[in-house]
Design a protein around this ligand. Structure first.
Ligand SMILES: NC(=O)c1ccc[n+]([C@@H]2O[C@H](COP(=O)([O-])OP(=O)(O)OC[C@H]3O[C@@H](n4cnc5c(N)ncnc54)[C@H](OP(=O)(O)O)[C@@H]3O)[C@@H](O)[C@H]2O)c1
Length: 219
């Protein structure tokens, strides 16, 4: 069964930061770019984020297009210990579409609470106790999901990039500067040789409102 394709979406300042040092990230890009992101969500089977993003932003992650899509993408959180709050907007909006917590070593009580609230809990752990990107994608494939829209944050994006599992990057760049104390779009990759830096091919750059959308595919 083929793994789903993965599109990584990043919304940054000109200097590649996804949030201020205090975690505030709303809103870096303008309303036109954000509308395009909703369209992109609607075009994918899955919207995926790390639990850091859920805890920082309490996001809904639905595709809010006009008109609304017939089926909402499945919303998945990579969350080793199943810390996703049951009272948050994601789980509370399960009536709008499936919500999955992809975990590694979840606590029984939290699994029970999430499942009771209508969310699903998958086990996709790696040897280090985090969520394995490959195992998560394999499970998506089993569920018939063919495309994943990965929306960050920087730590989860780095794991997928390091595992060579990102096919396309949709990079929205706003004309602001956040500075080196902001959060990087891609967390540490631990590279020591330039030739090992993952290389991408730029296929387009389009102005959207005040922002620029750059599209890259794996070289
Ligand atoms: N501008 C944008 O486009 C954008 C988009 C998204 C987020 N953000 C901002 O980014 C910040 C959050 O980013 P973040 O990097 O702190 O968090 P993140 O990438 O959203 O989540 C990281 C957490 O996910 C869990 N995780 C499970 N499996 C993982 C794996 N294989 N690799 C990496 N993480 C894994 C880990 O927690 P456990 O160990 O508990 O599982 C980890 O700490 C927030 O400030 C948010 O506002 C900005």
């Amino acid at each position: 069964m083929p793994r789903p394709t993965v599109t990584l979406k990043i919304a940054t300042s000109m200097d590649g930061r996804i949030a201020l040092a205090n975690g505030v990230s709303q809103w870096i890009t303008g309303s036109e770019a954000r509308a395009r992101v909703h369209q992109m969500r609607a075009e994918h089977d899955v919207v995926l984020v790390g639990v850091g993003t859920v805890l920082a932003d309490d996001p809904l992650l639905t595709a809010r297009t006009v008109p609304l899509p017939n089926v909402q993408p499945v919303r998945i959180v990579a969350d080793s210990q199943a810390r996703t709050p049951v009272t948050g907007r994601l789980v509370q909006s399960v009536g709008l579409g499936r919500v999955v917590v992809a975990a590694s070593q979840p606590k029984g009580r939290q699994v029970e609470a999430l499942e009771q609230a209508g969310a699903e809990v998958w086990r996709c752990g790696d040897v280090e106790g985090q969520v394995s990107p490959a195992r998560l994608l394999d499970r998506c494939a089993v569920e018939g999901m063919q495309s994943v829209f990965l929306e960050g944050g920087g730590k989860l994006a780095a794991s997928f990039v390091a595992a060579g599992l990102v096919d396309t990057i949709q990079w929205f760049r706003a004309p602001i500067l956040i500075g080196g104390d902001g959060l990087p779009a891609i967390a540490a990759l631990g590279l020591t040789k330039m030739e090992n830096a993952p290389r991408w091919r730029s296929v387009s750059a389009t102005r959207i409102g005040d922002d620029v959308l750059e599209t890259y595919v794996r070289d």
